[in-house]
Design a protein around this ligand. Structure first.
Ligand code: NIG
Ligand code: FE
Length: 404
């Protein structure tokens, strides 16, 4: 008798959303070790296979584990005071100009040591895991010195080692102009290009490099310099762009082969065509749109018509999106931006993974890593339709179920 070393687990009679679409018939899903081994229509399931496998149950909806491709969950302090100021009518941009906003989180993050940041981020990431996330991107961007940016990235890496989740890190040194460079943004960009990116690359701490291209942050020319430095160090790039105005940052990022352009409420047709040509993913962030009470939605219909893949993420952060619940974004993406439930779900699975340059993730297909969720619902659309914690029946990370 042959000895199989990998554990074989079998789910039966599940409705499978495979990352792009819902399979038309009930399926059996076989996982061997860390990988999805087979996807079998129930009517073709051979007698005897179940006997050779651990029975993982029947029914429900199976999706890939959720991929949250844009978060800022490592930070010090909080910004409830800013939330109140905004409710009284002060804008996000005005708070930033007054030295609050991102810079207030920068002060608190600089003051915090690695352990403090780690302990603060842990429950945020645990909440995302409990909601079905199996891959979470985490950005730096609240340190804005070489040491403090690396500190944030180390915390992000440590979070991925401590919890059953894949953490992908992004260096966001060009997030805001730190106060010590107030009158010399170009000198700060020199620091990002000549010291921060090389140090993060040398230590293997960053999987990608991001920028905030905006009137309250950095110009297109400054962001372009950051991208050139990133590419020189072999790091993929992405951009926060066209969030509050249209500067053309998306088109520039696409010309440099960006994995994604994120926010993009003010994106124009030229930017859309540039993304299409580059194969960049449009990451839409309905949590920030909702929290900032924005009124200009991203050009979803035009992106769809151009065939630009749409990813959906939380943008979880202490200012513009203090929302640490990936599944809520499925609902908000549909309600606020009129995505279909299937598009929203693809946005948090296959397309979210593409935005991270990890196309093997976010899919239920043979050979893919077995990062899966089984939900107590009847159809995948219910995930976007209702905001209802507690529906996650099983979450499987690298083949291992974390709860039943
Ligand atoms: O994605 N847009 C810039 N950065 C973050 C906000 C960070 C913050 O407000 O602390 C965002 O919305
Ligand atoms: Fe962001």
């Amino acid at each position: 008798m042959t000895q199989t070393t990998a554990t074989r687990r079998l789910w039966r009679d599940v409705t499978v959303f495979d990352g792009l679409a819902t399979r038309p018939e009930p399926m059996a899903v076989l996982v061997e070790g860390e990988r999805i081994a087979r996807l079998i229509p129930m009517q073709d399931l051979e007698a005897g296979l179940a006997d050779a496998c651990q029975d993982m149950g029947r029914g429900g909806v199976m999706t890939p584990g959720l991929v949250d491709c844009h978060t800022h969950i490592v930070f010090g302090g909080g910004r409830a005071d800013e939330f109140e100021a905004r409710l009284e009518g002060v804008s996000y941009a005005e708070i930033a100009r007054r030295g609050g906003g991102i810079l207030s989180t920068v002060s608190a993050t600089r003051e915090a040591d690695e352990e403090t940041l780690f302990r603060a981020a842990l429950p945020r990431l645990e909440a995302m895991i409990a909601d079905g996330a199996t891959t979470v991107e985490i950005k730096s961007g609240y340190g804005l010195t070489v040491a403090d940016e690396l500190k944030m990235l180390r915390v992000a890496r440590r979070l991925g080692e401590a919890l059953p989740v894949r953490v992908v890190t992004t260096l966001l040194g060009a997030h805001a102009l730190p106060p010590e460079y107030r009158d010399d943004a170009d000198a700060y960009i020199d620091l990002v290009c000549e010291e921060m990116i090389p140090a993060a690359a040398d230590e293997g701490l960053a999987d990608a490099v991001d920028v905030f291209c905006e009137t309250i942050a950095f110009s297109v020319a400054q962001c372009e310099r950051v991208f050139q430095a990133a590419r020189a160090h072999g790091l993929p790039i992405k951009a926060h762009a066209e969030q509050l105005s249209n500067l053309g940052g998306t088109a520039m990022a696409a010309r440099h082969g960006a994995l994604s352009a994120d926010h993009i409420e003010y994106l124009d047709e030229a930017g859309i065509q540039a993304m299409r040509e580059a194969g960049s993913v449009a990451v839409i962030l309905p949590g920030a749109f909702h929290t900032l009470r924005e009124t200009q939605a991203p050009p979803i219909a035009a992106l769809r018509a151009a065939g630009v893949p749409l990813a959906v993420a939380t943008d979880a952060n202490p200012g513009s999106s203090p929302l640490f619940m990936p599944s809520l974004m499925l609902n908000l993406a549909c309600t606020l931006f009129r995505l279909t439930p299937s598009e929203a779900l693809a946005g948090m699975t296959a397309h979210g993974a593409a935005a991270l340059g990890r196309p093997e993730l976010g899919r239920i297909q043979e050979g893919a890593p077995a990062d899966l969720c089984v939900w107590n619902i009847d159809s995948p659309a219910e995930l976007a339709y209702a905001v209802q914690p507690g529906r996650l029946r099983q979450r499987v990370f690298q083949g291992v179920p974390s709860h039943d």
